[in-house]
Design a protein around this ligand. Structure first.
Ligand SMILES: Cc1ncc(COP(=O)(O)O)c(C=O)c1O
Length: 386
């Protein structure tokens, strides 16, 4: 049973699902690297473990932990964030419809538009910051409203509580991708979300060393449907990867505090540099949804997008960085810097990028937890190249 979600987050991160091993007392959860389990007699698997695609003790521990952190009743983990999104799609049937934020991680519309439409699923993309647009887009066959907030990479917020009210009235469920904030700063279930999705690859794991995804459930039926998909489709998280996330979440609270502190300092620095034309960061009072950020999130995180003015400027800057690592991904302890137009959002094409206001001059930074003076000194010398 999940505990009250706004108490003892750091304690639950370290202890829920992370209890010492019953047999040996091992404090770190053991990695059960096994494909199968010995059975005592036909039809009598020990503790219910039969085959590792179906269940694995290390995976069970992680699923307990992540359900607790998000305040859900259970969670199911998958081989990657995209495998989790795929699992969500396989909970639908041909003819079902999804209303999706028009500015999400580029791999999501790629999956929806180039794979899932072939199986009769329908998708409508709207600016989910616009509640009227969400309401208008919901149809009789809408099964899910899929929201990423803040959006990737434009850091636009969607009002989770208001969207849930609209969707629930019309019989649709709300799924929130909470990857950017982590449950430390944002708890979608407390606003009414039906499921919460993460790429655990990012902040939950936090060390850029493993791929994974999770869906946290609020209803038993969701948890059993997703367990059936784990067993049937098989894109489960490996025991080693589960262990990496179990290690990573132990420091989630302290990491997120530092990410947030460094994020604010870097945003302020970028705001004062005349080479930077515009900043997208919900922690700045001039962010158009600053008030919603204060209401919905307990911190601002460390994802910042800024406008350098041109592709050429972005190229020059990204060539010069040294402390900041140029690469895809985010949420690691190291500062990662990327060019959304050619990296995370290449898949949505030039038209798609134009329609959401994503330019070639934009650079996204996932501020890490290094000494913030070093991150700023690096950005300063790199921006001097523009
Ligand atoms: C917000 C968000 N959701 C989902 C994904 C997909 O996760 P994965 O790369 O683990 O498949 C990503 C990947 O960058 C992401 O940024």
């Amino acid at each position: 049973m999940a505990k009250k979600i706004d108490e003892g987050f750091a304690t639950r991160a370290i202890h829920d699902g992370q209890e010492p091993d019953e047999r040996t007392g091992a404090v770190s959860v053991p990695i059960y690297a096994t494909s199968t389990y010995a059975q005592d007699e036909i039809g009598k698997p020990r503790l219910g473990y039969e085959y590792a695609r179906v269940t694995n003790p290390t995976r069970d521990r992680l699923e307990t932990n992540l359900a607790s952190l998000e305040g859900g009743i259970a969670s199911r983990v998958f081989a990657s964030g995209m495998a989790a999104v795929t699992a969500l799609c396989t909970m639908m049937k041909s003819g079902d419809h999804v209303v999706c934020s028009n500015n999400v991680y580029g791999g999501v519309p790629r999956l929806f538009n180039q794979v899932m439409v072939n199986y009769g699923l329908q998708f409508t993309y709207v600016d989910t910051a616009d509640l009227k647009a969400v309401e208008k887009a919901i149809k009789r066959n809408t099964k899910y409203v899929y929201v990423e907030t803040p959006t990737n990479p434009l850091m636009t917020l969607s009002d989770i509580g208001a969207i849930c009210k609209i969707a629930h009235k019309r019989g649709a469920e709300v799924v929130v991708d909470n990857t950017f904030m982590s449950p430390y700063f944002q708890k979608p279930i407390s606003f009414g979300a039906d499921m919460v999705l993460h790429s655990t690859t990012k902040f939950l794991n936090g060390h850029s060393d493993g791929l994974g995804g999770v869906i946290v459930c609020t209803k038993k039926e969701q948890a059993s449907a997703l367990a059936f998909i784990q067993k049937s489709a098989g894109a489960i998280m490996s025991p080693f990867e589960c262990w990496l996330v179990l290690c990573g979440v132990k420091t989630l609270a302290v990491r997120m505090k530092q990410h947030d502190e460094n994020g604010r300092v870097v945003a302020d620095y970028l705001g004062g540099n005349r080479k930077v034309k515009k900043i997208f960061y919900p922690g700045l009072p001039d962010h158009p949804q600053y008030e919603l950020a204060l209401r919905q999130m307990s911190g601002f995180g460390s994802m910042i997008t800024f406008e350098t003015g041109s592709l050429n400027n972005a190229k020059k800057l990204l060539k010069r960085v040294k402390v900041c690592t140029l690469g895809e991904s985010l949420g690691g302890v190291e500062t990662l810097i990327s060019h959304p137009a050619t990296m995370t959002h290449a898949a949505i094409g030039a038209e798609g990028r134009k329609s959401i206001g994503l330019t070639d001059g934009m650079v996204r930074i996932s501020v890490g937890i290094e000494d913030v003076e070093d991150i700023i000194a690096d950005l300063e010398q790199a921006l001097a190249a523009i």
